[in-house]
Design a protein around this ligand. Structure first.
Ligand SMILES: [Zn+2]
Length: 475
């Protein structure tokens, strides 16, 4: 299969950076880009697309997703929170919802997520760890590219009184979960023309033993796969590490010799210097020197009144900054937009974090930590993971500087075609591999069941209307 895509605007990659190619041509042969040129291309093609008004970009890479549950955040976690937990949703909101998720609900969320990701121009998703086999099947069916794993840990946190967190440590230290995750990663790695890859995901820095971290690192090196860990994501977790270890979460991971260039730290908001914790130290330097990356999810924190301080400062420290969605909506457009705006607010400087810095964080930075010089770019030899945007849509015109339009204006409706691995997943805004009405109705039905079943997972047995009172009273 040989395709020729001619476009008015192409974000093409050359000499280490994205560049703007006007009126260019991209040749796709099977699953890869073979030519990128502003000149002419000879030969026969099975398909020709001539789109003078369109913008062609590499597909976006979401480096922090929970596709088996994130859709249920919508209509539930917004506008609520507890001051004593510094507004984190982790102690109360998410456990109540998590306990109400039955297998069908998890499948409905997964089916919805793969459609939502495609509609938002995400072509590679890094999923932190849910029930793996169904996720793998859903990704394969949807045609997306994904790194997935099964999450595990040495402990689980919970609150018994709505005031403090306690930790239930597992007798095996989480080793059985780790070995199951290892088996899963080995089983799926390379499936679907290698669109599926494994990862290791010990869930949270406050819920792992040094032994589990060491074994995780050894397994990841052995399998040559990335590792991710939620870190410095809540004030209560930061304080727990200070009280337990006398070290910040980052300092403790460094002391365990865990950090390295295949590690993606999820969130990493509460680092030394952050105004919520006022902890002196050099966390950013530690991360940068270790080569570890950060998966920053601006939207989920800003909704809780929390911002990274700041994305631009993390970049300046030399950290490989990636972006993720984490919650609903699962949109890298929103991840880039919120990430940029909130960095500007945090630093009171409109020049950073720029559209280009955010676009790099959604493309080249993830490719770097994944060890993939064939992702996140349009260049000869790169995978044909492409998004075609309608350049004359209401939120894209006038078009002069495409990255600014994408980061600050574009809507999912501006995305016309999506290709992954040389295969069309969406054409003319129609998903080709997913029945959209089926997945949206399936999610609504599942959510109504989840909402009814919320009480048992809450320490006080509260139902959804107590945990998250509706905005409006009944008419
Ligand atoms: Zn997460």
């Amino acid at each position: 299969m040989r395709r020729l895509i001619s476009c008015g605007w192409i974000i093409a990659y050359r000499d280490g950076a994205h560049r703007l190619l006007r009126n260019g041509k991209v040749v796709v042969e099977n699953d890869r880009v073979t030519h990128v040129t502003g000149g002419t291309v000879e030969g026969d093609f099975d398909q020709r697309l001539d789109l003078p008004d369109a913008l062609l970009t590499p597909g976006l890479i979401d480096m922090h997703a929970h596709i088996t549950s994130a859709p249920f955040d919508r209509s539930y976690v917004e506008d609520v929170g507890k001051p004593g937990f510094y507004f984190s949703g982790l102690p109360e909101l998410l456990p109540a919802m998590g306990a109400a998720l039955d297998d069908d609900a998890i499948r409905a969320a997964t089916d919805f997520s793969v459609a939502e990701l495609t509609r938002n121009g995400t072509t590679t998703v890094f999923d932190i760890g849910g029930p793996g086999d169904y996720t793998a099947q859903a990704i394969e069916t949807a045609g997306l590219r994904a790194y997935i794993g099964e999450g595990y840990g040495s402990a689980k946190w919970r609150t018994r009184d709505g005031k403090r967190m306690s930790y239930d440590w597992k007798p095996d230290g989480g080793m059985n979960g780790l070995e199951a995750a290892r088996d899963f990663a080995e089983r799926i790695d390379g499936r679907a023309n290698a669109r599926l890859k494994g990862l290791m995901s010990p869930m949270q820095v406050a819920m792992v033993t040094p032994e589990l971290l060491a074994r995780t690192k050894a397994v990841a090196e052995d399998l040559d796969i990335p590792v991710t860990l939620h870190t410095a994501e809540a004030v209560f977790e930061f304080n727990e590490m200070i009280q337990r270890e006398g070290l910040s979460p980052i300092e403790w991971l460094d002391a365990q010799d865990f950090l390295g260039d295949r590690v993606i730290l999820g969130h990493t908001i509460f680092t030394s210097g952050n105004s919520w914790i006022n902890y002196p130290g050099r966390d950013l330097d530690i991360i940068a020197q270790s080569g570890a990356s950060v998966g920053h999810c601006a939207w989920v924190f800003s909704r809780r009144g929390i911002v990274m301080e700041s994305f631009a400062d993390y970049l300046d420290a030399g950290i490989n900054m990636c972006l993720g969605s984490d919650t609903a909506p699962q949109s890298m457009l929103l991840a880039m937009r919120a990430g940029s705006i909130l960095s500007k607010v945090a630093t009171r400087d409109s020049r950073r974090a720029s559209a280009r810095e955010m676009f790099d964080a959604a493309t080249l930075a993830p490719a770097k930590v994944l060890g993939r010089d064939d992702l996140g770019r349009i260049a000869p030899g790169a995978k044909a993971d492409l998004v075609l945007w309608d350049g004359m849509g209401f939120s894209m015109t006038p078009l002069r500087d495409p990255l600014r339009n994408l980061v600050f204006s574009a809507q999912p409706e501006d995305i016309r075609h999506v290709m992954v691995d040389g295969d069309w997943l969406m054409t003319d805004r129609n998903l080709l591999k997913i029945n959209e009405e089926h997945v949206t109705r399936g999610l609504q039905e599942a959510a109504e069941r989840v909402w009814r079943n919320m009480g048992p997972g809450d320490w006080a047995g509260r139902g959804i209307d107590q945990l998250s009172p509706p905005e409006l009273e009944d008419f």
